[in-house]
Design a protein around this ligand. Sequence first.
Ligand SMILES: [Zn+2]
Length: 129
Amino acid sequence: MSRIRSRFWDPAGSRYGMPTYPWRMAPAHLLTCRQLTAAGLRPGGQGVQAQVLWASRRHGALGVRAAYLYDVRFALPKRTATPAQLDALAKANAARRTCPDCRRDAGYVLPRHLGTCLDCADTQQRSAA
Ligand SMILES: [Zn+2]
């Protein structure tokens, strides 16, 4: 292990307050939120169990970036929406696309600052001018 990497090697968490690993050095049972999601899992109430730290120049200056890890053994299956929940969501989204002036489904979510579909907003603007 190189000297630069060993700076972030702290499996006991004595230096960083939680188990810490360098890039690509975390044990296989510790996954990021995204990795859990890809495996059809969610953290399921457990807090952050460990972190990966690495040095990055992403925003110009040299900084340390962190990825938080969750234990796959405490993870729970991802919840799927019930048909009733999906139905309610579909209705709410349809309401956001329906123009109050022409009562048509615009096919897109109405811009909040207009409150109408773009066609109605355009017509109003022309008649005002
Ligand atoms: Zn309209």
